[in-house]
Design a binder for this molecule. Sequence first.
Ligand SMILES: Cc1cc2nc3c(=O)[nH]c(=O)nc-3n(C[C@H](O)[C@H](O)[C@H](O)COP(=O)(O)OP(=O)(O)OC[C@H]3O[C@@H](n4cnc5c(N)ncnc54)[C@H](O)[C@@H]3O)c2cc1C
Length: 554
Amino acid sequence: MKEFNERAGEPASVRIPAKIPVMCAAHDRIQVNREEHIMIYDVIIIGGGVVGCAIARQLSAYRLHIALLEKNPDVGYETSCRNTGVCHGGFAYDPGSLKAKLCVQGNRMMDRLSRELDFDFRRCGKVLVGFAPEERKRLLEVQRQGELNGTQPLRFVEKQELQELVPSVQGEFALYSPGSGILDPFMMTIALAENACHNGVEFFTDNEVTDIRRIRQNEEQLWEIRTVHAKQPAAAPEMPADTAGSDLSRRKISGSSDKYQTRWVINAAGLGCGRISELLGLTGYHLIYSKDDYIILDQRLGSLVPMPIYTVPSNTYMGIHVTITTDGNVLLGPTAEDIAQPAGYGVEQKNLDYLYEEAVKIWPHVRKGDYIRTYCGILPKWVDENGKIQDFKIEIRDDIAPRAVNLVGIESPGLTASVAIADYVIEKMKKREKLEPDPSFDPVRKGIRRFASMTEEEQAQAISDDPDYGELICRCQKVTKAEILQAIHNPLGAHTMTAVKYRTRAMMGRCQGGYCQMRIAQMLEEECGLKETELQYNRIGSPLFYGKLREEQQ
Ligand SMILES: Cc1cc2nc3c(=O)[nH]c(=O)nc-3n(C[C@H](O)[C@H](O)[C@H](O)COP(=O)(O)OP(=O)(O)OC[C@H]3O[C@@H](n4cnc5c(N)ncnc54)[C@H](O)[C@@H]3O)c2cc1C
């Protein structure tokens, strides 16, 4: 239970946001349930993916007391950091749909957002390549659809111009979208969360929502939310060590619980949206899931992919693509396999073989020796009774669940559209309640200064200012001790290996942590005062160490 410390005027177990004045600005609004000694929030957001973090950040511009509940130890552990990182143009979605409208809006915002929040974004363009006459016809349809959706203008290019744009590609012609781009999905999610935190949003990680009910408190209707904390298993489960953290069901072991009360609740639970909808009393959503596998190739190939290369899309599938990341890795994928329930993030060999066969048709430079890792992401798709995939659902049902914003089926392009989705949510809330802007809202967040991106002069200056910039921890990605320390002491307080990896790129290079992982584990133990058995790879239940094999003889 979040106990209210009346003397200090703040919840006892809450992390203190960096920007205290904002809390003071909202202080006149802070309500407390004095019988139960708990805080009453104005808004609680369920889910710390890119959408939940975008809503938190955009709402933090108003005088509201906001919390975000996330079941994992950090933000962005599910779909938001398991995607392709493409900033879509918005031409692949049905005209008039929310997917089209919010993708186009999100795409337009991306230059400003990346500057304000200090994450990588490049408007490098994208090509959709074709070979056969029916593919030409389909691409021309997509071009017309783009015009209807108001995307930045698309251009049809023939083979010669395609070769000039992307010399390494195979294809007879292409639809070229200069307005598409690539972004860093890890840093976009983290940056939105950190900026929200800076503006006073309280983040409660390791809080899985298990129950929501409507209660009456001093003549006011509130939502009461119960959460559980995951508990570390006492002994090693019987599974190979290299699958640590890949099993979604491993989290089911529950420990203690917490209770929250709020006037508004927002369901941004991604793969968990169906369960939260039901808890809100909004039943009847049928969800299916698409499991998408990818291969990550070495950065040495990055220069051969100046922009994402897609095949011709159908109405429901974008097709196999060869994509460049903002860090210069090349991605091959996805497989798109329909599954009944999300069960795990493992990747099967047969899918890797399939990806290879399909990718070489449009980009003949794939060599198995360049594979450095595989991964998979899972999309929640809301379907009707005939299995037809539906639009994003963003609703407030005043009759069934007043002051609850319910987001269902936020599949692709949810990353591109995330901040536009947040603004759409806020517009819906404003139709029911006046939201007062907070004049002290600060939209700017500065990220960790990366040694690898500095000039030689800047590197020398950084080392002279802070000698920790002179100690390389991750050799492949040139990440220094200073950066690892800044990541460990991040504003959200996440203390896992993945929290460091996503914030710095350490362990993401060719050797995948073979050189630096143990050093980073040791730094986390020392800086956070963790015992080695308490250190988690990502989720709770993914320990790096289960104990000692033998003690050193003195
Ligand atoms: C393979 C793949 C490729 C993609 N490529 C692109 C792309 O290139 N461009 C693009 O625009 N979009 C892309 N997308 C779509 C995009 O990634 C998603 O739409 C977006 O990340 C959804 O974000 P979210 O916050 O809704 O969901 P999530 O990231 O899943 O976040 C939901 C959060 O809620 C938490 N949660 C769930 N249940 C509970 C609970 N009971 N209590 C507390 N917390 C809970 C989860 O732990 C999670 O952190 C892709 C998706 C996939 C799978």
